[in-house]
Design a protein around this ligand. Sequence first.
Ligand code: Y39
Ligand code: FE
Ligand code: FE
Ligand code: FE
Length: 231
Amino acid sequence: MQQLIDQEEKLDFQSETYKDAYSRINAIVIEGEQEAYENYIRLAQMLPAHEDELIRLSKMESRHKKGFEACGRNLQVTPDLQFAKEFFAGLHGNFQAAAAEGKVVTCLLIQSLIIECFAIAAYNIYIPVADDFARKITEGVVKDEYSHLNFGEVWLKEHFAESKTELEEANRQNLPIVWQMLNQVAADAQVLAMEKEALVEDFMIQYGEALSNIGFSTRDIMRLSAYGLAT
Ligand code: Y39
Ligand code: FE
Ligand code: FE
Ligand code: FE
């Protein structure tokens, strides 16, 4: 705890080092929210029975994007959106390909499980070390992200038997990408006082809980949630 306090005291939100790292992390979050907005619109087309709810989730994502754009402006940081597009290219491409094939289970795993758990982990770890303005925004956003994760959990739990094989395949294709993304952002996250180990731990907890809620056994969860981590 003392260590955390010392670290926070040393954070200078106006330093060039902080702002440089923030230009990439803030861009990742803005681009992530934009893609989440598009992904929920796509999911609404694929799941007409849940159209209204999914459109409502998409609107929440576009509000999140506006909130994080304000966080960047507040620190006078210009987000590096080109970097962020490349950062998300792997998951984005896989979502697009799955949507084109009508693979709704894969789309839900990518957006509502993997990306939402990544967001929840990142926002939880960011909140205690954020500037006051960004902390208030992020606290509001993370509550919404739990409800997005819940949508995916509930749908996949109701369709567990027929989705299980596709979930395992989609996990195998996409989880290693998440570990690569974490490695790519670790140094910038560290500048913001976000520890990579804490991000990995929180992600594994959220994702493991989600897989459990959907119906996977403890044994399956161990195998699925660490897939591609030890490389
Ligand atoms: O559902 C959502 O709103 C998710 C799109 C947003 C993704 C946020 C991605 C956060 C990763 C940041 C990594 C910082 C260490
Ligand atoms: Fe969001
Ligand atoms: Fe979300
Ligand atoms: Fe939970």
